[in-house]
Design a protein around this ligand. Sequence first.
Ligand code: PLP
Length: 425
Amino acid sequence: ETAILNPTWPTAGLTKETQPHDAPVYHLAIKDVIQQELSSHSHQKWEMDQENAFFVGDLGEVLRQHRRWSQLLPRIEPHFAVKANPDPMVLKLLASLNLGFDCASKAEIQQILDLGVEPQRIIYANPCKQSSFIRYASQQNVAKMTFDNAEELYKIKQLYPEAELVLRILADDSKSVCQLGLKFGAPLDTVPHLLKTAKDLDLNIVGVSFHVGSGCLDEYAFEDAVMRARHVFDQADAFGFHFSLLDVGGGFPGADVTHGTTFDKIAAVLGPAVDRHFPAHIRVIAEPGRFYVASAFTVCTNVIGRRTILTSDDQQSASYMYYVNDGMYGSFNCIMFDHQQVQPRVLVKGNDFCFGRSFQDQPVFASTVFGPTCDSIDCLVKEAPLPLLEEGDWLYWENMGAYTICAASQFNGFKKSNVVYTNTF
Ligand code: PLP
């Protein structure tokens, strides 16, 4: 796998290297990348924007996650869910690793095809698709697509009758942070009607998909969903279909710091469940998003302002409000849309570079951190214990790679944070 990063990907040198058509990639630990970036920021002192927030994206961490996947779920072919982070360098790396891709729109399909990925490696995993997007999929031979309702079948009959359809069934998503079943997934009691409709329309259903919900907290949700899929495979046999594809969706946690379950625990339940219920000739794919990218991105934000809240004259009992230059309307939209909890850590205090340092032995104060916009909803964390910071200091936030930059807006004129890349593999 290292060869994949070489020669297309730079593998040596301590400074930035530029590849044709690629962003520059460091070969440094995250800490050293940040330090280097900050020193180049300070060289730009008195120039515009030198304190802009920025991400460090670690392509090596993406590669490590892929290794974990291949080792623990060797039978299941990952199709990266582009929506989680359509970063061009991440997609390029994953394409070079021969992954498949889960796309939800024409633009996502286009982005993946433009990388030279064959259409057979794409699943158009959106059960309700705009007609013109189905036509586009047809023109591009992106044949695999999901559905969960009869109306979609009639639409596909008109626009792409040769499509290889995947019936998305409803899974129990009650143990997940983001429940997707409110919107998608055919309840099991509707399945016979859907199978019959597809048969009557002479459409080609090739298999079943499910999604246990994003940020799944219980590995047994996967086992339950696999059993539901088995049931639907058996029903389909009775309608004369010969299913050959199982798609176990996404929901795999990104960073093992969360409560609930871990990727290893899910793999230990899911892998055997698939083998128990599905013979070896059934192809099994998945649509992991968060798993591949969450832990690979760290965002660094500058403290642009501070407000002291004095409840008495006693400075010791003061609390502080800080304002940083990326927020809820930017990369931290994950707090609202993805129910993420984020944790600030001190990066620069005064002139000290503090990456990785614990401040437990020093006075800390209840600190609320806001983003830069004029909206009070733009609050990233409340009452976090932080040492006293000054304007110009920096905070960093780890595990910011999934459902962050991709959904950021430029509300109030604040630009999206740039990404600087490294490869720590
Ligand atoms: N597949 C589909 C259809 C989705 O809607 C999502 C997330 O919303 C994913 C895959 C990726 O899920 P996750 O990031 O939890 O792996």
